[in-house]
Design a protein around this ligand. Structure first.
Ligand code: ZN
Length: 316
């Protein structure tokens, strides 16, 4: 067996303020959003998806995007990015002072129709003016592909489909592409296979992973991506994020779980696990629930239990 070669450090992007909050039906007051972002900033996280500049009617929870950005603009050691669905959103994000935009695109036409009310190719072609506008303002743009491994309407997504989309992104000058397993349908072999081929096909493109733990495969998928040299991962504090197709299902992979797993393997995240766990507890209290966090249930491996007294031991 060849020796396992893995990256020695990774960068996590905290996505709860966008992916987590948007899944909440109860309004989270702007001050509370800002308070949570500030607590997250103290965990050592280096980048954060702070909000999405979508139409307020599409996602009312994020209608305060500008105010949230304004309320956190002193956190200059953090790289903030925002999701933008269209030119109007990009304009708002740039005016608010966001320096990195993430474009929203689905892998399949049926998901694209339900999410963006338009076919994939049409949505992607609409990105040209956004990129132009961003370039003029010195703003970086990254691409994303939702349901990149599996679609709740169409099932498995083919690698060829993803190659096509990445190719079009590349043609637009996009150098970073986020592969999102939006509904937790990816498996580790598939992730390993896709990334191997994508890396070979697009050696100058940086791929990042956005994993949901809907079916318990997110950590295994993260490990598969790690084996392909991926060092950029999204995650969400307390696992917030949910799945619109399965209410109550696990959400994004929890930041504290991902950081714990990486640090246990000796892969540096630059983050403070104790602070993450206490922030996750606070967020759970504030929002009223978590999205499936192992750390909140079992705590880290390092938190040993006291040994039982001899007479209490049960022989098995
Ligand atoms: Zn997501």
């Amino acid at each position: 067996m060849p020796e396992l070669v893995l990256p020695s450090k990774v960068t996590i992007c905290e996505v709860a303020p966008r992916d987590g909050f948007q899944a909440e039906t109860n309004w989270i007051p702007t001050e509370e959003k800002i308070r949570i972002i500030r607590a997250l900033a103290d965990t050592g996280v280096q980048s954060m998806e702070i909000t999405s500049f979508v139409h307020p009617k599409a996602i009312p929870q994020l209608k305060d995007a500008e105010e949230v950005v304004r309320g956190t603009e002193d956190l200059t050691n953090l790289k903030f990015r925002a999701l933008v669905p269209n030119v109007k959103g990009a304009e708002r994000a740039i005016n608010a002072g966001i320096t990195k935009l993430k474009l929203m695109l689905s892998a399949t036409d049926s998901h694209s129709l339900s999410n963006a009310n338009s076919l994939v190719e049409k949505v992607q072609n609409g990105f040209e003016p956004i990129i132009e506008m961003a370039t003029k303002s010195n703003v970086t743009v990254g691409g994303s592909i939702s349901v990149a491994f599996g679609c709740p309407y169409e099932g498995k997504v083919s690698l060829e489909r993803i190659i096509d989309i990445v190719d079009r992104y590349k043609g637009m000058g996009i150098e970073e592409v986020s592969l999102a397993d939006t509904t937790g349908m990816a498996n580790p072999i598939q992730v390993y296979h896709f990334l191997g081929k994508l890396k070979a096909e697009f050696p100058n493109t940086v791929f990042s992973m956005h994993l949901h733990n809907t079916r318990g495969m997110a950590l295994a998928n993260a490990f598969a991506a790690l084996q392909q040299g991926v060092t950029l991962f999204d995650s969400s504090i307390a696992g917030l994020g949910g799945c619109p197709y399965a209410p109550g299902a696990s959400g994004n992979i929890a930041t504290e779980d991902l950081v714990h797993a990486f640090e246990e393997m000796g892969i540096s995240t630059g983050m403070d696990l104790d602070r993450l766990v206490s922030t996750a507890k606070e967020v759970k209290r504030s929002i009223g629930h978590d999205g499936g966090s192992y750390m909140l249930q079992a705590g880290p491996c390092s938190a040993l239990s006291p040994e039982p007294k001899a007479q209490e031991k049960i022989d098995i």
